[in-house]
Ligand binder design. Sequence first.
Ligand SMILES: Nc1nc2c(ncn2[C@@H]2O[C@H](COP(=O)(O)OP(=O)(O)OP(=O)(O)O)[C@@H](O)[C@H]2O)c(=O)[nH]1
Ligand SMILES: [Mg+2]
Length: 215
Amino acid sequence: MTDDIQSAARVGIGGPVGSGKTALLEGLVPRLMQQGIEVAVVTNDLLTQEDADRLRRKGFLPSERIVGVETGSCPHTAIREDPTMNLLAVQDLERLIPQLDLVFIESGGDNLASTFSYDLVDTYIFVIDVGAGDDIPRKNGPGFMQADLVVINKVDIAPYVGADLAVIRREVAARRREKPVAYTNCKTGEGLDQVVYFISETVLFQTSQTAVKVI
Ligand SMILES: Nc1nc2c(ncn2[C@@H]2O[C@H](COP(=O)(O)OP(=O)(O)OP(=O)(O)O)[C@@H](O)[C@H]2O)c(=O)[nH]1
Ligand SMILES: [Mg+2]
């Protein structure tokens, strides 16, 4: 039934509650659109359309390109154990927008164990924020360890929460080794070019026009 539909690249965005997943989307989507990439977004919330409505209010994407999935269960169930709802949402978007290049799937906020099924996404980004403490990398959560890209967000608040960015950088490098990491401030856009670079190289197979290589 779906054989004749062109498949868009799928990028998961996971991470704890409030780490900045939606803020990251708010930064990434306009940057990718500027490069001519056709983007859509699926958001997951437990019982609401909160994030989908927030993105619609931003006005940077036509409303039909934003789908809010109400998971009604643990967020990781809908991105890993049984991603049916998300797969159907992506398929609907691909049917509606045949020229689609890229679909983001934002998980509901979860814990450090949260990972995506590769049946649902081609690659995924795990967002943690500096405000959660500089010991987060030491906790070895599977989401953080296994994600294709880790984004350490809210670097701007480090001085206010007593988090040492040098410690974070050292411990992230020791645990992630060669796997990419980007340090971002979604309020200013700092570091977002590195995330665009990662997406361009990993799933769009093109060299980003503005981006900087991820460290
Ligand atoms: N100072 C600062 N605040 C940020 C940054 N990124 C996000 N925020 C704020 O952090 C709060 C949470 O951001 P969201 O983007 O809603 O986080 P989320 O991960 O999508 O949250 P859930 O979907 O509820 O899990 C909001 O008040 C954002 O404005 C950042 O880089 N710096
Ligand atoms: Mg969100």
